[in-house]
Design a protein around this ligand. Structure first.
Ligand code: TYD
Ligand code: MG
Length: 450
């Protein structure tokens, strides 16, 4: 009997077949069969130690063992640095800057010990060129151009790096499966073995994963379940800003984002995002308002813009960039019904400046304000910013982390802020900024446009 038998298993119902089939005979799903290795060697014994229950209070936690990349934005998204033995997947569109980010990450790690960058996509020469662009000076950084997982792990065994990167997981293959690199079976098998390796040796691994057109990391999401941390690197085409978002993190919060700017000399951290997002704000223009959005533990002020213009054709258009389309439709209906604003004959466009996406109810009040400002053709006072959730009755609902948001505004020179009444009631006075609590959309518009 061969040591490694290959089978095809349905990912939906678990049906197994010796050959690939387009349709699962059991559950009827199309294209659900994936190649898997059926290990017939005994895994009992030497490899696996019998687990012993330990009282939780006696387990030694080692929070201080985290390896810092000294890239503040990345360390924060990771939850305070890299946890030894963890596997971190970085996904994103081609050309977004994943390879650049990881090269800079390795450069940032100042621990003694080798750092290994394995590339299956680029030659050492190409990596060197990029390295020169971003000013790599580390003596510890070694490059390996290799795609065979077995050879990669052999090299890793030899040089025992502190951290290593595989760029990308889709180029890696294991000879135990006959299928081509990049197939689901290969990606999953390789990631599984790397995960096992990381846990066994305590060496943290970064994996680069390409995103397929439907937005999932290729190897349809299989990787997300296996690895410890999944980070997405995203950005709008034509903008220099890049956002690193944690989608899953076993060792930290998934609310944190890191903001970077792609420059000629690589990625640079954006430590004061509000200032940058507000830098080009036009003054005394209708349809523009500043809102506060919490991104993890950090408040960010961004400019929201709306343009309302009369419809030329029957059905009015609604277009949104950076905010949820359905949310905007709902808020427009509230303006129509509760405030009596006739938007049925109007096209409405809403845009978040800077190419970032916000999905927090606190921006509701900003959307409503921007649309009303454009519709009534009255600009919002540029020293005022707003935030609050809007309910279907047109009421303004309380939100969280109000003080942090207001302080960020005060720091940037705002003189007035409009917030939900229930938040305002519980607030103590804040220096340098006037806080106004509002109960309804009507009241907000009355204060802003009277
Ligand atoms: P890259 O890291 O190769 O992206 P990925 O690995 O996600 O495919 O980044 C490629 C893009 O970044 C490329 O379009 C050029 C740009 N870039 C800069 O603008 N400045 C730089 O210093 C570097 C290294 C890249
Ligand atoms: Mg790359």
């Amino acid at each position: 009997m061969p040591k490694n038998k290959i089978i095809f298993a349905c990912q939906v119902c678990g049906y197994q077949a010796p050959k690939w089939l387009g349709k699962c005979p059991d559950c009827g799903g199309w294209n659900t069969l994936v190649e898997e290795r059926l290990s017939t060697t005994k895994i009992r014994g030497a490899d696996i130690q019998k687990g012993k229950p330990i009282p939780i209070l006696e387990i030694q936690s080692n929070e201080e063992d985290r390896i810092l990349t000294h890239i503040g934005e990345l360390d924060r998204v990771l939850g305070g640095g890299i946890v030894p033995g963890s596997v971190i997947l970085i996904g994103g569109d081609p050309g977004i800057g994943k390879s650049t980010l990881l090269l800079q990450t390795l450069e940032g790690i100042r621990d003694n010990g080798k750092l290994l960058y394995v590339s299956g996509e680029e030659s050492p020469n190409q990596i060197k060129l990029r390295g020169m662009r971003i000013g790599i000076r580390s003596n510890n950084l070694v490059i390996l151009s290799e795609t065979s997982l077995d050879s990669i792990l052999e090299t890793v065994d030899e040089i025992k790096p502190k951290v290593f990167v595989i760029d990308s997981i889709q180029t890696v293959f294991t000879s135990e499966l006959p299928s081509a690199p990049g197939s689901i079976g290969q990606v999953r098998e390789s990631a599984g073995r790397l995960m096992f390796y990381a846990k066994k040796t305590g060496i943290p691994i970064f994996l680069v994963g390409h995103v397929t057109k439907d937005g999932s990391i290729a190897g349809p999401r299989v990787l997300e379940h296996i690895v410890d941390t999944v980070l997405y690197f995203e950005g709008e085409k034509g903008h220099a800003f890049r956002i690193l978002r944690a989608v899953k993190n076993r060792f930290g919060s998934t609310n944190e984002i890191g903001i970077f700017e792609m420059k000629d000399s690589g990625l640079s951290e954006v430590k004061n995002p509000s200032e940058i997002f507000l830098a080009e704000r036009p003054f005394k223009v209708t349809g523009s308002v500043v809102v506060s959005s919490m991104e993890g533990t950090r408040p960010i002020l961004v400019e929201l813009q709306a343009l309302v213009s009369s419809t030329n054709f029957g059905v009015p258009r609604r277009t949104t960039i950076g905010v949820d389309y359905n949310r905007v439709s709902l808020l427009l209906a509230i303006l129509e019904k509760r405030v009596g604003m006739h938007l049925m004959g109007q096209d409405v466009f809403v845009n978040v400046v800077g190419g970032i996406k916000i999905d927090e109810p606190a921006v509701d009040l900003g959307i409503v304000t921007a649309v009303a400002s454009s519709f009534r053709e009255i600009p919002v006072d540029p020293k005022t910013f707003v935030f609050g959730e809007v309910g279907l009755a047109g009421e303004i609902r309380a939100i969280n982390q109000v003080e942090a948001r207001i302080k960020e505004g005060a720091k940037l020179g705002f003189k007035r802020v409009i917030i939900p009444i229930n938040n305002a009631k519980k607030m103590s006075r804040v220096k340098d900024i006037e806080v106004i609590g509002v109960a309804s959309v009507d009241e907000t518009l009355e204060i802003l446009f009277r």
